[in-house]
Design a protein around this ligand. Structure first.
Ligand SMILES: Nc1ncnc2c1ncn2[C@@H]1O[C@H](COP(=O)(O)OP(=O)(O)OP(=O)(O)O)[C@@H](O)[C@H]1O
Ligand SMILES: [Mg+2]
Length: 279
């Protein structure tokens, strides 16, 4: 593989965004609250547009959560507010009891928050294994530096574990550019799993997948550890309602409805707006 010191800065930065282990200092607040993520009246405005408008929701520790909504509803902007890519213009965000509203993105990553992006951010010229290895190295010491990594054998072992967990061991040596689209999305999830995340934000991981690839994705999401929370943005209701326990539907930047998958599926207003907009 290419030496990590040879990676261009933009590529290195992309690897780093995958995160770091949770900070030890946050363990006390973990005990104090069963909520992994709490949004209180979060708004993100772009000029006059309130892309996210006064959104409140909470994700319990270990809970699998879906955010639905038609194009432009504000789902990705909500993720950007949570990660700090585009911080809220008002409102508060708590992560395991700690107010992270003002924290820069890399500090949020250190606390165990991860995300995947709607468009692919992989190292296409490298193998599956090397991509995962870089993600592991990026989070290994929590210092966001490739220069002072932990022992290489520990990273190799962690990479092997990620290959298994992301169900990619059989294509570990493949170059990413040669992978099917579904396998690339799977790899992105694998990279987000590096460094013991506590909550992952998945932005439309099923977009563009074949039915077989969707089944594989569902199996992967279902195989994630019970203690790990995730929030899944998904247009495919079948997937969203099958793999999550709680669902928020957004519309025009606001929360239209929050409920169980059953409640959401049977909600007349949701059907009219969300499914009506889809078909
Ligand atoms: N950086 C930005 N600057 C200006 N406007 C933005 C920015 N990001 C998002 N928006 C606007 O905010 C609104 C919500 O966009 P967002 O990407 O959050 O929607 P979405 O629900 O993720 O849609 P999709 O399902 O198409 O991904 C849109 O009107 C979009 O044009
Ligand atoms: Mg989006």
């Amino acid at each position: 593989m290419a030496s990590i010191t040879q990676l261009r800065p933009a590529a290195a930065a992309r690897a780093l965004v995958r995160g770091a282990p949770p900070s030890p200092s946050s363990s006390a607040s973990t005990l104090a609250s069963n909520d992994a993520l709490v949004l209180e009246n979060v708004t993100r405005a772009f000029g006059a547009l309130r892309a996210v408008d006064d959104v409140s929701l909470s994700v319990a520790a270990g809970q699998k959560y879906a955010v639905l909504g038609s194009n432009g509803a504000g789902k990705t902007t909500l993720f950007n507010a949570i990660t700090g890519d585009f911080p809220p213009t008002s409102g508060r965000i708590r992560f395991f009891g700690e107010d992270i509203t003002e924290l820069p993105p890399h500090e949020r990553i250190r606390k165990g928050l991860r995300r995947t992006y709607q468009s692919s951010l992989l190292f296409r010229e490298l193998t599956v294994r090397d991509n995962l290895f870089l993600a592991v190295r990026g989070v290994a010491n929590g210092r966001y530096s490739f220069r002072r990594p932990g022992p290489a054998h520990a990273s190799q072992r962690a990479t092997d574990e990620l290959l298994e967990r992301a169900r990619l061991a059989h294509i570990a040596g493949e170059t990413v550019a040669n992978l099917a689209h579904g396998q690339q999305r799977q790899l992105e999830i694998g990279m987000a799993l590096a460094g013991a995340p506590r909550l992952i934000l998945f932005d439309e991981p099923a977009a563009g997948l074949s039915p077989a690839e969707r089944r594989e994705l569902v199996a992967l999401l279902r195989s994630l550890p019970g203690h790990m929370s995730f929030v899944l943005i998904e247009h495919d209701l079948d997937i969203a309602l099958r793999v999550t326990e709680k669902v928020t539907v957004m519309h025009n930047g606001q929360v239209l409805k929050t409920g169980t998958p059953e409640q959401i599926e049977n909600d007349a207003q949701v059907q009219a707006i969300y499914m009506g907009g889809k078909h």
